[in-house]
Structure formats: C-alpha cells, structure tokens
Design a protein around this ligand. Structure first.
Ligand code: NAD
Length: 436
C-alpha cells in the first residue's frame, strides 16, 4: 500500500517511519525545505528515542522517502495522512489554516480513489470542512476519515508501534477496510481498533488530553493544599493511586504541564465549548491551575531568599517540557527562567538534549552548561524542572560541596527529602512541607 504523509513533524515522521516499518511504501512531504533536506541527508530534525534507527532502516530498504513536493507524495497513494500542525491562535482556537491548505493541495494532487486521514488534532467538525474543501478541488473519489494520534513525545516510536487503541472515525465501509488493512500489522495480538463516527473520533482526542491534564492540575491543587495544612502530597498520591478505580498514572504534582499538546488542546476544547454554548468549566479550572503552577517554583525560590534574588545564582536542571524530548513548546522551564530573570537572578541551566532549542528562545540571558554538576557549581539554589533519568539519583554530598547555597527545589518530587537533608542541603518539594 502506498501512503503519503503530509506534514513531517513529530507525528508525521513517526507515523511515516512506523507504517514503512510494517511494509508500506511511504513518502513523507513537508513544506519546510530545511527539514526535508536534513532528512534526505539522513539527519533527524527532532530528538526522539529510536526514531533515527527506524528511519535509517526503512530508507535503506527503499520504503521511506522525503520530499518538499506534496503532489509527488500524494500521486498514486491509497492513503494520505494529514499530520500538519494545528497551533493555537490568540483566542485559544486551533489554527486550521495549515490543515485546510494541505487538504486543498492533496485534493488537487489525487490520481485516483484515496482515503484522506486526519491525524492532526482538530476540533469537532473539521472533517466536514476538509471534505468540503477536497470536494471543490478533487477530480477523483475520496473519503475523509478521522484517525487521531495518541503517541507521546519521548516514547513516540513505541506508542505508535504498540498503540493502546486506534480510533477510526468513519461511516464509509470502503475507507474502513483500507484502514483495517493499514493497521492490521499493529493489531495482530488483539483488536484495538475502535470505529465510530467522525465527530466522536475528533472529540475523543481532546477528551483524552483533557482528562490527563485534569489529573495533573488536580494533584497540583492538592499539593498546594498539602503545603498549607502540613500534609505530604507524595503520601496522598500513593494512597489515591492504589485505588484501582483511580490508578497511578498522571497523578504527579509538579511545576505544571507544558508541551505542544495539552495546553493548546485544552484551550481549543474550551473554545469549542463556548462556541457550542456549553462552557467546559472543569477544563477552564484545569488551565487556570496550570497557569498558576508554572509560576510557583520561582515564587518558592524568591520566598526562600526573602523576596530578594538580585545577584543570586540559580541552577536549573532540565529545560524540555518532559524527559525524552528536546521540545520546549510551553515548557514550564521557560516560565521559571523568565520569572527568575525578572526578579534579578542569574540563571544557569542544563539539559541532556534541549540546550540548543532553549538557547534559541532564551539567548544570552541564561548561561547554558552541558554537565549538571558544572551547572550547580557556585549556585545559591538548585531547581529540578525536568525529571530526566540523569537527575534521578544525584550525589547530594558532591552537590553540597559544589554549591554556594543550600537550597534545593525538587520541582518533580523525585528526590527523597531525607537524602537531600543528610548532605546538609535544604529540601523544598511541591506539596511536601511536612517532610522537611
Ligand atoms: P509539528 O509542528 O512538529 O509538525 C507539523 C509539520 O507540518 C511541520 O513540519 C510543518 O512544516 C508541516 N506543514 C505545515 N503545513 C504544511 C503543508 N501545507 N504541507 C506540508 N507540510 C506542512 O507538529 P506535530 O507535533 O507533529 O503535530 C501535528 C499534529 O498532531 C497537531 O495537530 C498535534 O496537535 C497533533 N499531535 C501531536 C502530538 C505530539 O506529541 N507532538 C501527539 C499527538 C497529536
């Protein structure tokens, strides 16, 4: 089966490589000429574990190629995946201009019947608009199907290759048969394909991200209460998560959620609710809690220094919005760094992979250091922001010897307060005042 992927970002690249690995012939197209040139040279424009090897293997086998020419990619394709970005507009709604532009180009380029599959996260009803645009420009039959993507950055390859579920939104039997054939290699051990109408499929993606983000904001709210009443959020988390009805995942208090999906998708869902005169009040609260939480760490640091950070050197461990990626979109680290700089602090930061991306955003105002211990050298305080594996069990004695001050802020609650304190350092977690 020949597949065209339009938009070669996190989703398009992983999906393209994943389908090629299962034997399909895939052409990935993108209007970003630099990105395509990198891929054609065998370089990978994003950091994603396992992706480089997967791409190299399938390029070598002649099943995967890259082009800036969308019509060339689409010609002869049975399936065309739309995986372009849907970034937020100023009013919170999703910017669908890339999607609609891609739909028009694809429709014009069809050379026979094709299934146009929307992989991008798009508001309910977008499939109808894509269909109307394509009808205007296509000379061949087509079906527009919603097939939202659930991969997570940092684990994208394994999520794509072993999906929990594959949501397919269509009422067209022919399109469904093609998608069943496309996904058959991924669903051999158990049938994980859920077929529904297109609008429900579109909404399911927002619902999933909204639920996960809700759990995080709920825990952050509780963590702040823990601090006020002298409880430990880590104890509460364990007690809560051991209830089988609740489960343990996404129950971590911290510095707030960021990334390219949760913040934008929540705002877009809220906008959809308003447009439908059904305000999504829970999600509005989730966003408000998260916006506040991103400032919390810098406020804690300021309070620790009695409101005066002038001349204080603060070391930040971790910049990416989560481990396993160099993606900085809406990363809490950016808010922390900006708050600390605004308060007059000197900021020194490190990250295993995201330093180049952070440098592009923060420039010379922050000093970037490759090693985490070198980053802590001479610091008045250290703040952990991204829970990279490299930071999970530091040598606190060594840190105590390197730092000028004693304050350690654990923005992800990954360290044992007793271990930190035993080295003569001061532990500050999120919702863990009681333990110190
Ligand atoms: P991205 O920004 O990394 O990549 C999008 C790509 O589309 C860019 O390379 C851009 O140049 C290209 N593009 C834009 N217009 C084009 C056009 N007309 N023709 C060809 N290429 C075009 O985006 P992403 O993170 O891969 O996300 C894509 C979609 O998938 C979004 O809707 C996002 O919400 C959704 N999604 C993302 C993730 C994730 O973890 N990143 C997970 C699930 C779903």
């Amino acid at each position: 089966m020949k597949i065209a992927v339009v938009g070669t970002g996190y989703v398009g690249l992983v999906a393209g490589a994943g389908f090629a690995d299962m034997g399909s012939d895939v052409v990935c197209a993108d209007i970003d000429a630099d990105k395509i040139a990198m891929l054609q040279r065998g370089e990978i424009p994003i950091y994603e574990p396992g992706l480089e090897k997967l791409i190299a293997h399938n390029v070598r086998e002649g099943r995967l190629s890259f082009t800036t020419d969308v019509p060339t990619a689409v010609a002869g394709g049975t399936v065309v995946l739309l995986a372009v970005g849907t970034p937020p507009l100023a009013d919170g709604s999703a910017d669908l201009s890339f999607t609609f532009q891609a739909a028009e180009t694809v429709a014009r380029a069809l050379t026979g019947f094709a299934v146009i599959v929307t992989k991008s996260t798009v508001p309910v009803g977008t499939g109808d608009t894509i269909e109307a645009i394509a009808r205007k420009h296509a000379s061949y039959e087509f079906v527009v199907v919603s097939n939202p993507e659930f991969l997570k950055e940092g684990d994208a390859v394994s999520d794509f290759m072993k999906p929990d579920r594959i949501i397919v939104g269509t009422s067209d039997a022919r399109a469904l048969a093609i998608l069943q054939a496309l996904y058959a290699p991924f669903t051999r051990s158990s049938d994980r394909m859920l077929v529904m109408d297109r609008r429900s499929a579109e909404l399911t993606k927002y619902a999933a991200n909204a639920m996960l983000a809700t759990r995080i904001s709920f825990m952050n709210d509780l963590a702040n209460l823990c601090d006020a009443v002298g409880a430990d959020i880590e104890c509460v988390r364990k007690g809560l998560g051991s209830d089988a009805r609740i489960g343990t995942k996404f129950l971590y208090a911290g510095v707030g959620f960021g990334g390219s999906c949760f913040p934008k998708d929540l705002r877009a869902a809220i906008k959809t609710g308003h447009e439908a005169s059904v305000p999504l009040r829970v999600l509005e609260a989730v966003v408000a809690v998260n916006d506040g939480q991103k400032h919390r760490l810098a406020e804690d640091i300021r309070r620790c220094f009695h409101g005066d950070l002038a001349g204080k050197r603060i070391a930040l461990w971790g910049l990416a919005f989560k481990p396993g990626t160099d993606d900085l979109r809406e990363a809490p680290a950016l808010v922390v760094a900006e708050d600390l700089l605004a308060a007059g602090a000197e900021v020194v930061a490190t990250d295993p992979v995201a330093i180049p991306a952070a440098q592009a955003l923060l420039g010379q105002r922050v000093r970037f250091v490759a090693s985490n211990y070198a980053c802590a050298e001479g610091a008045d305080a250290l703040a952990l922001i991204t829970e990279w594996r490299d930071y999970r069990r530091p040598n606190f004695q060594r840190l105590a010897g390197l730092m000028r001050g004693k304050a350690v802020f654990d923005g992800r609650n990954i360290w044992e307060p007793a271990d930190v304190c035993a080295a003569g350092l001061e532990y500050h977690g999120i919702g863990r005042t009681q333990r110190v």
